[in-house]
Design a protein around this ligand. Structure first.
Ligand SMILES: Cc1ncc(C[n+]2csc(CCOP(=O)(O)OP(=O)(O)O)c2C)c(N)n1
Ligand SMILES: [Mg+2]
Length: 323
């Protein structure tokens, strides 16, 4: 397999605004590594940061809420690895930390943001669900970002950029999503709708809230679908690259990724039977990728050191100004 398309990463700009100060964190993204090692390393960094956040919660050092993406790291790394960070836009949801890290690698800015520190990427005022840096935007309202992604994609179309929006399977019940699919198809908006289907919405299994098939929802609007069942980051990267190419040609697409949620919905709220959680752990994307990356222990150590430094520094940083 040849190396999939990688970011140019130098001409980043938000929709209609000048490029902001600062750059992607190339070291944190592992841009010096081979694409295969990088895929493992980026997933390890996400896992380490997310685990660190859950640990802070357990020790009463975080307030608010947080939704970690343990088990879903391959979606973030595979899909965002197929985008052009220099011109594409990413819209995310409540489970956004992994998407954010795969986009820009700013681990300290993320942790400080979640901890309400002045050094956070949004000055500590956005928190876990409202992250914004450069062309990355997240919001916790399920489906709320989908019309925004369609509009932004249309605005960026002439410049060759596309929008990628991450949605959960539980969000397929939101009407605004179907209005967005309708307009995206009618107006040829270059949007990649990514459904991270972990078969659960908070504590409600998909079998109780989702009728019919996931793929045919997009097909009903004449939108081409792509599908992967599993947590193989390399397969997701390859499929996402194909979907991104298609979207860049001027049509929306739907990428359905069947994945697993290894952790709780947010902190301790996991009501699933033990065997179901065990099954999810059996599909851990990091374990899958380890078998292909002989140097995984060194990459793990690098990710652990970076996450630890981010967490330690954020703890010492000043709080966001209250006024
Ligand atoms: C409009 C709206 N309704 C309810 C909520 C509360 N809520 C947050 S996450 C969530 C479940 C989302 O499930 P899914 O879309 O499958 O994403 P997952 O959490 O599995 O990643 C709910 C009900 C919300 N954020 N927005
Ligand atoms: Mg879900």
């Amino acid at each position: 397999m040849s190396e999939p398309q990688q970011s140019r990463g130098s001409q980043a700009r938000a929709c209609g605004s000048p490029a902001p100060e600062g750059r992607y964190d190339e070291h944190a993204l592992g841009l010096d590594l081979s694409w295969r090692a990088r895929a493992y390393y980026q997933m390890a960094l996400i896992r380490r940061v997310e685990s660190g956040l859950l640990d802070l919660f357990a020790r009463n050092l975080l307030f608010g809420t947080t939704h970690t993406c343990l088990g879903q790291e391959a979606d973030a790394v595979g899909v965002i690895g197929a985008l052009d960070r220099g011109r594409d836009l990413v819209f995310s949801n409540h489970r956004c930390h992994g998407h954010f890290l795969a986009y820009c690698g700013k681990a300290h800015g993320l942790v400080a943001e979640i901890m309400g520190r002045a050094t956070g990427v949004c000055g500590g005022r956005g928190g876990s669900q409202h992250l914004h840096w450069n062309n990355f935007f997240s919001n916790g309202i399920q489906g709320g970002m989908s019309p925004i992604a369609v509009g932004a994609a249309l605005a960026e179309k002439e410049a060759g950029g596309i929008a990628c929006i991450f949605l959960g399977d539980g969000t397929l019940g939101q009407g605004v999503l179907y209005e967005s699919l309708n307009m995206a198809s009618l107006w040829n908006a270059p949007v990649l709708f990514v459904v991270e289907d972990n078969a659960i919405a908070q504590t409600t299994p998909g079998s109780l809230n989702l009728a019919g098939e996931v793929g045919v929802r997009a097909a009903a609007f004449g939108i081409r679908g792509f599908h992967h069942a599993g947590t193989d980051v390399e397969a997701i990267l390859t499929l996402a690259a194909e979907a991104v190419d298609y979207v860049r040609s001027g049509r929306p697409a739907w990428l359905h990724l069947e994945t697993v949620r290894m952790g709780p919905h947010s902190k301790g709220d996991d009501t699933r039977p033990a065997e179901e959680i065990e099954r999810a752990h059996g599909l851990d994307p990091l374990l899958l990728q380890r078998a292909r990356v002989p140097e995984w222990e060194a990459l793990e150590a690098r990710a652990a050191a970076l996450a630890e430094a981010a967490l330690t520094q954020a703890m010492e940083d000043p709080p966001a100004c209250a006024s």
